[in-house]
Design a binder for this molecule. Structure first.
Ligand code: NAD
Length: 478
């Protein structure tokens, strides 16, 4: 191996007052993220800090304009999840953060800017957290929205700091909080103007090492029911057991959970979707947002009727097709029931429900679908049936219509090649019951065009179906 000399990711400065300031400042980048070199760099600094008896305290901070540390390097993380190397990377991070937590001297994180996922977990390994009151400061643990758990100590240290209920609220929802809200929840100890941040951090060190009391047992938050995404359930389990597990046991549960989740298609798709949504959000896509007004759904079974109902409730007119008129009747009854339930639960007015229901036209007859912008196929899970449907769809739909399949297991490419227009074919995988499940996985085939992919992602985001919220935050969880 050749050693390459690179600029450090983290600067270490020790003042006359004996306080060591570690400043994250990734070279040639507007953001700090945790990748293997950054973790190694932190580990090297800790080697020196641990051996220096003259030190009085350590401050962890960032030199970036609007980012503290945005979290783990998700690109590498996805690759590691695919190759099975994730466990080692996570375990190494835990080791380094444990060393920070075990320092004899008090430690404080001075947070300005986005502090998400692994970026917040390093602050949890410090004794104190002070944050700037700047709007750029956003703090949280969004891992579960990507099918992961906070595994650099987040799911272990947060319940010990704030109790299981608050930890569950923060980790299962995966939201990012502004400074004031973070203060209210206890995620930070103090909020102050940016110019006074380091000063306030220095003062905090006077408080000495902080004693974390044993975690309070008992939890009122109920286990999450989040169909396609197993991560909130895994995180919940770790938090629930915080009362009767040691820190080491809890950290081991984190590593197990993240490596097992990382190996699943659901998690890998959520991470891929996050990249697509980010790309779309940043406007690098050349596709202007498109309002979908006309759609078709093929198959009026459990999923097809659910998808038709969901689309129609959002103002989209829907052609619902099945080959079996009894299936159509059952599908329509299902749709009526979902609308009636929504009215009963006060989510929709009677008028809105009627308007929605009226947007669905059901039919057993094939025919041209002139104005349709997207077709979602949800017919029986048989390759030969679906191949024939996609062949017909290529002829029946306008040249730009997206041809999406809701298949759970069949290869998109097999369906795509039949059509002669594979660039328009994509997977949009809904979950049952569609009216309640927020998740849609976007499954890109080998020949799916970037345009189809971007339009499908935009369609999903515009209709508030998200990859578990992945489109809504700008950090990289760790
Ligand atoms: P379902 O059996 O309830 O419905 C399938 C419908 O397709 C039936 O009404 C059938 O008459 C109709 N159909 C068959 N051939 C057709 C054709 N040529 N043209 C039009 N309609 C036709 O099945 P489902 O559970 O709704 O699943 C549909 C698809 O969604 C499958 O690909 C499945 O893998 C996928 N999926 C299911 C779930 C779930 O939880 N059920 C979740 C995600 C995805």
């Amino acid at each position: 191996m050749t050693a390459t000399v690179t600029a450090p990711m983290i600067r270490r400065e020790i003042g006359n007052d004996g306080i060591c300031v570690l400043t994250f400042d990734r070279p040639d980048s507007g953001a700090n993220i945790f990748d293997a070199p950054t973790m190694r760099n932190l580990s090297d600094h800790l080697d020196t800090i641990e051996k220096d008896p003259s030190l009085r305290g350590v401050i962890v901070t960032s030199a970036k304009k609007s980012i503290f540390i945005a979290g783990a390097d998700l690109k590498t993380l996805l690759k590691q999840a695919q190759t099975g190397e994730l466990r080692a990377f996570i375990a190494e991070g835990q080791k380094v953060f444990n060393r920070l937590a075990a320092l004899q001297v008090p430690t404080v994180a001075a947070i300005h800017g986005a502090c998400a996922g692994g970026g917040y977990e390093i602050t949890l390994a410090c004794d104190y957290r002070v944050a700037s009151n700047d709007p750029a400061t956003k703090i949280g643990l969004p891992e579960t929205t990507l099918g992961l758990v906070p595994a650099w100590g987040g799911a272990t240290r947060l319940p010990r700091l704030l109790g299981a209920d608050i930890a569950a609220e923060v980790i299962l929802k995966g939201k990012l909080y502004g400074a004031e809200q973070a203060l209210k929840l206890g995620l930070v100890d103090e909020v102050i103007a940016r110019e006074q941040l380091l000063e306030a951090a220095r003062k905090k060190l006077d408080g000495g090492k902080r004693k974390i009391s044993a975690p309070k047992s008992g939890m009122t938050v109920v286990p999450p029911t989040t169909g396609g995404n197993a991560a909130p359930g895994r995180a919940y389990e770790i938090i629930r057991r915080s009362g009767d597990s040691s820190i080491d046991e809890s950290l081991a549960m984190e590593v197990d959970a993240i490596s097992e989740l990382g190996a699943t298609d659901a998690t890998q798709n959520l991470i891929r979707n996050f990249f697509l949504a980010e790309k779309y959000r940043k406007g690098s896509s050349k596709i202007a947002p498109e309002k979908v007004a006309h759609a078709a759904v093929i198959g009026a079974g459990i999923m097809g009727s659910g998808i038709a109902q969901w689309l129609s409730s959002r103002g989209v007119s829907v052609i619902l097709r099945d080959i079996d008129s009894e299936a159509i009747d059952r599908g329509l009854a299902n749709i009526e029931k979902t609308y009636a339930d929504a009215v009963k639960r006060g989510l929709l007015s009677v008028d809105k429900a009627q308007e929605g229901r009226a947007r669905i036209v059901a039919s057993t007859q094939p025919g041209m679908m002139r104005a349709v912008q997207i077709v979602i196929e949800a017919a029986s899970e048989k390759l030969e049936i679906k191949k024939k449907i996609f062949l017909d769809l290529a002829a029946e739909t306008p040249p730009k219509a997206i041809l999406a399949t809701n298949t759970s297991a069949l290869p998109i490419d097999d369906l795509a090649t039949t059509t002669g227009v594979p660039e328009r074919v994509i997977g949009l995988h809904f979950f049952n019951p569609v009216s309640r499940m927020k998740l849609i996985e976007v499954v890109v085939g080998r020949q799916t065009s970037d345009e189809t992919r971007d339009r499908a992602v935009a369609f999903r985001a515009a209709d508030r179906k998200t990859a578990g919220g992945g489109a809504r935050f700008s950090g990289f969880p760790g």
